[in-house]
Write a protein that binds this ligand. Structure first.
Ligand SMILES: O=P(O)(O)OC[C@H]1O[C@H](O)[C@H](O)[C@@H](O)[C@@H]1O
Length: 576
């Protein structure tokens, strides 16, 4: 073991029958001096098309962003002190995908320190969630951080407009004092934030893509406001950079080894990366999902990150899994570790990563960024684009144009059935006498390497989470397929790329509602609820265009929890 790898979290790979193929690929990559080429941004390691190579190179700024940020720690910490001195009591970070995933992880993984401010993240257009945030804080004492790399993403702009209008009612022309922007230089949002008198605009780096931006201003500004020691976080990331070859050759490159393993396993059908984490790291799953799914899920290939799948015994899993345990050295997490050991004994490949404390997340973000880029090289795809995300955005934009012109969303198709207030929309239904029939026929399409993806355009609550977990458990036990679940529109900026661009193995269950308690968007002729439903309809259209199998269950005016409870009951009958 070389000296630099001593200062990074330990990783072990138990690959069983796949070890030989992974070793062969590693030897092949080493023979081609992959690590040196990687640090020199040698784009032909991934793709051969000249245009794609140029684009790929232009998004590799994340490689050394931790080093760029280290000298800026003082500036960020000074800003955090200024905010506290100005009397702010809360921070709300607003944005989508890569721009807000890191603060979500930090908020769960770290206890807020005595000099940190409470942190909330808004990354949904659900009117109930927006209202929940508004009610949880005292608006005049809240700092709103609008985080958008492009400065053109519809959601953060809507969130910014909504809360800016609220603050204007309270503080008039001084509203901008409560707002901070993190965005790329030259984005349209820079102009808007300047005109609105934002307190501060942090300019990030054009060559750092959203999902690779954890160690840039996007992750570090919220972290410092929350009281996290960002200096140590970056130092740990830099230790991982060195271990992966940033300063020259290394005997073992942990990012390369993980990435090659994941890429080779995916090629051999083990393409569902099933994450197992202790209770206090579940949100790391959200971060890994957006990184891995959006980077690798394209051209009908990809690795599906599966987070929050109830962990079962070996016999409920098919040969399409690789299990990754990420936990803490000093936290026993006995039940998870015992189950993972049983899976390994049964021949499933298992990766184990043990962090010393939450500050090691700095190192892990970087390890996983390298591994994701390396796995993409194995799969021969460009990890830094997201071609299929745009399809859903375009379809949603078209629908919103109709809303602006006509005042409401167009009715697209008729349900195949309405029962107990729930309406079912699907093209694949056979006999549709009852809801259980519709469900039976939809789930009857599940092949062994398929997965269920629940897409909930609903308000996230602990009760709904518990119901969706139950739904996943039921499907896993009865059908032995992987299950994933995401709240819309969050997942559109994350796993949404894989859903439309990855292999056509998903069964997509979309859940929508009428939004009994909607919220108007100031200055716009529509509500948050209509916006969220347009996003659902736009994505459904994009899924259909990509030939995916879908079932939309509209909960109508039946409450969200009551509606999903009804669905669960019918599903139990259907899968009996
Ligand atoms: O930061 P933004 O430019 O607003 O982008 C937010 C998110 O939007 C898109 O959907 C991309 O696919 C994501 O990778 C990105 O993180």
């Amino acid at each position: 073991m070389d000296a630099s790898s001593l200062s990074i979290p330990a990783m072990t790979l138990q690959l069983g029958q796949y070890q030989a193929a992974v070793t062969a690929k590693l030897q092949d990559f080493n023979a081609r001096n992959f690590t040196a080429g990687f640090w020199q941004k040698q784009a032909d390691l991934w793709v051969q098309d000249a245009e794609a190579q140029q684009s790929l190179r232009s998004f590799m700024g994340w490689l050394r962003v931790a080093e760029t940020m280290l000298p800026r720690v003082g500036e960020i910490e000074e800003f955090a002190r200024e905010i506290k001195a100005a009397g702010f009591k809360h921070v709300v970070v607003m944005g989508m995908g890569g721009s807000t995933m890191t603060p979500i992880v930090f908020k769960q993984a770290f206890e807020r320190s005595a000099d940190g401010l409470p942190l909330l993240v808004l990354d949904t257009t659900n009117p109930g969630s927006v209202r929940e945030i508004e009610e949880a804080v005292s608006l005049p004492e809240t700092l709103f951080v609008v985080a958008s790399k492009s400065g053109t993403t519809a959601e953060p702009l809507a969130f910014g407009d909504y809360f800016y209008a609220r603050l204007k009612e309270l503080k008039g022309e001084k509203a901008g004092e409560n707002f901070v922007a993190i965005t790329d230089p030259g984005s349209k949002f820079v102009t808007q934030a300047t005109n609105e008198g934002y307190r501060r605009i942090f300019l990030n780096f054009a060559e750092v893509g959203g999902r690779f931006s954890a160690l840039s201003y996007f992750g570090l500004v919220p972290a410092a406001l929350y009281g996290i020691d960002i200096n140590t976080l970056l130092e740990r990331a830099i230790a991982m950079m060195r271990a992966t070859g940033s300063e020259g050759d290394v005997a073992h490159n942990p990012g390369l080894e993980l990435g090659v393993a994941l890429g080779v396993l995916a090629q051999q059908g083990r393409d569902k990366l099933t994450l197992v984490v202790p209770e206090n790291l579940t949100d790391l799953g959200l971060w890994l999902e957006q990184l891995i799914a959006e980077s690798t899920g394209k051209e009908d290939k990809g690795i599906l990150p599966v987070a929050g799948d109830p962990l079962g015994t070996p016999e409920v899993y098919g040969p399409d899994r690789v299990f990754v345990y990420v936990g803490y050295e000093n936290q026993p997490d006995e039940e998870n570790r015992r189950k993972v050991a049983a899976l390994e004994a049964a021949g499933h490949p298992v990766v184990t990563i043990l962090m010393r404390d939450a500050l090691d997340l700095g190192a892990e973000f970087f390890r996983w960024e390298v591994a994701t880029a390396v796995a993409s090289a194995v799969l021969e795809i460009n990890p830094f684009d997201q071609p299929n995300v745009q399809a859903a955005k375009t379809a949603t934009d078209q629908l919103m144009k109709v809303v602006v012109e006509r005042g409401s969303l167009p009715q697209t198709s008729a349900p195949v059935l309405t029962e107990n207030g729930l309406s079912y929309y699907t093209s694949g239904a056979g006999s549709t006498a009852t809801a259980a029939d519709v469900l039976k026929s939809f789930f009857g399409q599940a092949g062994t390497d398929n997965f269920l993806c629940i897409q909930a355009y609903l308000m996230e609550t602990p009760a709904l989470n518990a119901e969706l977990d139950e739904l996943r458990r039921l499907v896993q036990q009865r059908l032995h397929i992987a299950t994933a679940s995401g709240y819309g529109p969050r997942f559109l900026h994350s796993t949404g790329q894989y859903h439309k661009g990855g292999p056509n193995t998903g069964l997509f269950l979309q859940l929508t509602t009428d939004h009994a308690q909607d919220l108007p968007l100031p200055g716009r002729p529509y509500t948050f609820g209509t916006f969220q439903n347009a996003q659902a309809a736009g994505d459904l259209e994009a899924l259909h265009t990509a030939g995916r199998r879908t079932l939309r269950v509209h909960l109508g005016s039946v409450g969200e929890e009551a509606g999903v409870a009804q669905l669960l009951q019918d599903l139990r009958t259907a899968l009996a």
